[in-house]
Design a protein around this ligand. Structure first.
Ligand SMILES: O=C([O-])CC(=O)C(=O)O
Ligand SMILES: [Mg+2]
Length: 618
């Protein structure tokens, strides 16, 4: 049986390229350098290029070296590629124009996605510069929401592999697989087990698009060098029956490993990562299901340099939005009543960080928790309901009358902030939204589930049903809203405002673990970026165009905190942290490929004695 995903036909660009393995097998941990004999291999790892093992044509075939028509005449001749390119010499700017024109020709976003994937495989610097300079335009393609579609269609669009697939069958050998990754200087690994891909559910090995997309933002937004980033999918099977029957499915065709087998696998993975790349390697959990996300974070957070983006990154961006909204509602965080739809990892992460922010305003933890309500598939989290309150959300259960009807709940509890983390598209009905408008003068409404189809309501619906009085944010982008003759540009409360900056700060200081307070620092830094102009057009986040600046500033604040709290391992502490952070960053512009030539004068300072006759039979 074909899944819906694989049945739909696609017209796509070709991304086929030579599938050559890259050269260096240089393991930090073993400090053994082995240079493969295969002539097709060459030594290009990270910033290090060994010219004696890079053949001329590799400068065109290797995406990290390729500049296409931007190679100068001198470079073409010196590298032995003259004649392999058309006569025209182009600047990177001219190439960027061509890229934009080419992408604009596609109407279908998935084809735009494929063009960009192919560009990344062909010319890395051009890809990242294009993305970094056109964030508003291309972020929704390489990232949410289009990346969600790409994951659903992954079996069809899978061409050149990117990242590592480690399966449950590799248990006992994970370190050996990590050794196959050619880059010796990985600083950050984003990994998923594919069980909760955005709001789309269990996509198994098709989830690989997510770590790849997240790491594209590491580079484009925070300038983390591409060779320092490694995307990994942990393939432990899938419980998605549709995929198990999909002939195009590329993952293990078996049910998910669970329990002891799964836990041992993740334990081995975490340990193998630090064994291969060092104790300070940043390990970002992405799109794990509720049953694993929270407990694994708790298990590893003080042992490794790790965080869960869906819990902590999402929490940080949501709290930043709530902080910025204070300037409009004139209500302190501790004066709101919060109702969450969904009581999963994202909801609990946001709720906990909001509690921390309310405590910072002067409430006790208990007083702060009393202001937070949650509603899940079984209704309001009431200690009196059948089955009680799930363990992971215990802090937010209330001793009140159970309620299974969400609309009734919104009327009864009268929240001033409604936060959707339910993955139920359209769950904020007109009635719910109208009730929010009755509850308070300026209701805060966040529809955070991704991608767009899973958002709890659209931006337009939120404005239409609250007489334009709401403060709205969503996880996926929405087009501008028109209300009462005015246009509003609502913000995207997506963790992309947070994780690249956190990662840069952590990497630049080699922080050995990441405390919760770092996410509060990131939230405050982000909230400071929201200008009066942003608020005037309905946006409680800075524009996506400012994402790079925001990310670098989050990194600097995180770096400061790492030193203040004794978490950094880069010593001595740099005098100028901002400069230190900037110094680590990727250069999006082409650099010269000319061999470096320098003066070298052999000096014969000594009078060498004449060669003596060599005695025989020695
Ligand atoms: O990827 C995104 O857009 C945000 C996120 O982490 C999720 O929804 O899981
Ligand atoms: Mg996620």
């Amino acid at each position: 049986m074909f899944s819906t995903a694989s049945k739909s036909l696609l017209c796509c660009t070709s991304a086929i390229g030579p599938n050559r393995a890259l050269a260096s097998i240089l393991s930090k941990s073993s400090s053994v350098i082995s240079v493969p004999q295969n002539r097709d291999y060459h030594e290009v790892t990270g910033n290090i290029i060994c010219p004696n093992v890079v053949r001329g044509i590799d400068h065109l075939r290797d995406p990290r070296l390729n500049k296409g028509l931007a190679f100068t005449l001198e470079e073409r001749q010196a590298l032995g590629i003259h004649g392999l390119l058309a006569a025209k010499f182009k600047t990177q700017e001219e190439q960027l124009d061509i890229c934009r024109i080419s992408i604009d020709r596609y109407e279908d976003n998935l084809n735009k996605y494929l063009y960009l994937v192919e560009l990344q495989d062909r010319n890395e610097k051009l890809f990242f510069r294009l993305l970094a300079e056109n964030i508003e335009k291309y972020l929704p393609i390489v990232y949410t929401p289009t990346v969600g579609l790409a994951c659903q269609r992954f079996g069809l669009i899978y061409r050149r592999p990117r990242g590592l697939f480690i399966t449950i069958n590799d248990k006992g050998h994970i370190f050996n697989i990590l050794k196959n990754w050619p880059e010796p200087d990985v600083r950050a690994i984003v990994f998923t087990d594919g069980e909760r891909i955005l709001g789309l559910g269990d996509l198994g090995a098709y989830g690989m698009g997510i770590p790849v997309g997240k790491l594209s933002l590491y580079t484009a937004l925070a300038g983390i060098k591409p060779h320092q980033c490694l995307p990994i999918t942990l393939d432990v099977g899938t419980d998605n029956q549709d995929l198990l029957e999909d002939p195009l499915y590329i993952g293990l065709r078996q049910k998910r490993a669970r329990g002891k087998e799964y836990d041992e696998f993740i334990d081995e993975f975490m340990e193998a990562c630090v064994q291969r790349y060092g104790q300070n390697t940043l390990l970002q959990f992405e799109d794990f299901a509720l049953i694993n996300a929270g407990r694994l974070l708790k298990k590893y957070r003080n042992k490794y340099c790790t965080f869960n983006d869906d819990i902590q990154g999402t929490a940080s961006v949501a709290v930043a939005g709530l902080m910025a909204a204070v300037r409009v509602t004139k209500r302190k965080l501790s004066e709101n009543i919060y109702l969450f739809l969904g009581a999963g990892s994202a909801a609990n992460g946001i709720a906990s960080l909001t509690v921390a922010a309310m405590v910072a305003e002067g409430l006790t933890e208990q007083q702060a928790q009393e202001r937070v309500y949650m509603f899940d598939v079984d209704g309001l989290l009431s200690t009196r309901r059948e089955g009680g309150v799930p363990e992971h959300a215990k802090a937010f259960g209330k001793n009140i009358e159970p309620e299974k009807d969400f609309e009734a709940c919104v009327a009864k509890i009268k929240p001033s902030c409604l936060i959707g983390c339910s993955t139920v598209g359209g769950a904020f009905t007109s009635n719910v939204l109208q009730q929010m408008a009755k509850n308070t003068d300026r209701p805060v409404i966040f529809a955070l589930s991704n991608p767009t189809s899973k958002a709890e309501c659209t931006a337009q619906a939120a404005y239409d049903n609250t007489e334009g009085r709401c403060i709205f944010a969503s996880g996926s982008p929405f087009p501008p809203v028109k209300y009462n003759g005015k246009e509003y540009h609502t913000g995207q409360g997506n963790n992309s405002y947070i994780f690249p900056g956190i990662a840069l700060g952590v990497i630049a200081t080699a922080t050995h673990h990441i405390p919760e307070t770092m996410f509060l620092t990131a939230a405050r830094t982000l909230a400071h970026y929201v200008s009066e102009e942003d608020l005037a057009i309905g946006r409680i986040y800075p524009s996506l165009a400012e994402l790079k600046e925001v990310s670098v500033n989050i990194a600097i604040e995180v770096a400061k905190m790492a030193y203040d709290e004794g978490l950094a391992s880069v010593y001595p502490e740099p005098k100028d942290l901002s400069k230190h952070v900037h110094n680590q960053m990727y250069n999006f512009h082409y650099e010269s490929s000319m061999p470096v030539v320098w003066d070298w004068k052999p000096e014969e300072k000594f009078n060498v004695r004449p060669i003596q006759p060599v005695p025989k039979n020695i």
